[in-house]
Design a protein around this ligand. Structure first.
Ligand code: UDP
Length: 253
């Protein structure tokens, strides 16, 4: 590994919401760096729904502003960064990042904790990761909930597990607010990431689009087709596109 410290990733502001200009390999390099610094680092898997939510939810926008890395999880976001002048090189889907992180955790002996999703999903995802990466150390799994009444107990559970890496699957914005709210109470965690529905993909409860659909940037349409109840949430996409097209194009970061 290089001895030169990795400089922080550059940022492009999309509708006043930060997105880091990184590809998958750079994301992993940042994770390695984060693991060496004795504090919790937050990663957000930003998509257009996040950005639209941040327009009206200032506490959420601040969580994203303070996150250590906001990756572009969504073709709409990649296109928006290109339109705004500083393009993110590629989409970094959370559903793929979880496999890269699990593999690196296995190699580096980082202890992984899976929090959230429906009861049983985190356990099943942990078993599948472990089957794929046999040296992976699972610190713990727990469905729990983002309800503040459960916070203390969940934090104590994760602290007892001495986890280094934490996946939180409560869906945005709750998972990201949960992580930000526990930056100081989670003692051993160095990297925490809101993974949305990724554990549902890992366990096969949700199906990802075939590769050709992903390649032409239509994974969102495939998801809408399989999970039509998402239509209301997905209205954020055209609203996002219009807002970006009419926003001033200037560089930042
Ligand atoms: N979820 C949860 N507790 C909650 C709300 C959601 O564990 O109180 C889980 C849900 O089971 C799913 C994940 O959060 O596994 C993400 O949900 P969603 O599909 O909304 O996420 P997206 O991938 O769209 O960000």
């Amino acid at each position: 590994m290089s001895t030169n410290p990795l400089p922080p990733a550059s940022v492009v502001q999309v509708l006043n919401t930060p997105v880091h200009v990184v590809d998958m390999d750079e994301t992993m390099a940042h994770v390695r760096r984060f693991m060496q610094e004795p504090r919790l680092h937050q990663i957000a898997t930003t998509n257009p729904e996040f950005v639209m939510r941040a327009q009206t939810d200032e506490p959420f926008r601040q969580v994203l502003e303070q996150a250590d890395l906001c990756i572009a999880d969504g073709i709409g976001l990649v296109l928006a960064t290109r339109w705004l002048g500083k393009g993110v090189p590629e989409r970094v889907p959370g559903s793929e990042l979880v496999y890269h992180l699990a593999q690196l955790a296995a190699e580096e002996k980082w202890r992984l904790f899976l929090l959230g999703a429906a009861p049983g999903v985190a356990e099943e995802a942990a078993a599948l990761f472990q089957a794929q990466f046999p040296s992976l150390l699972i610190a713990g799994t727990y469905a729990g909930s983002p309800d503040p009444a459960e916070n203390e107990e969940i934090v104590a559970r994760i602290n007892r597990s001495e986890a280094d890496l934490l996946f939180v699957a409560y869906g945005a914005p709750r998972q990201d607010k949960w992580i930000a709210g526990n930056r100081d109470t989670l003692k051993s965690v160095r990297v925490a990431i809101g993974v949305g529905g990724s554990l549902d993909f890992v366990t096969g409860r949700s199906k990802r689009a075939p590769m050709w659909i992903r390649k032409i940037g239509l994974e969102w349409l495939h998801r809408l087709f399989l999970e039509p109840w998402r239509w209301r949430r997905m209205l954020a996409l055209p609203r996002f596109a219009v807002k970006v097209l009419f926003s001033p194009r200037r560089r930042s970061g």
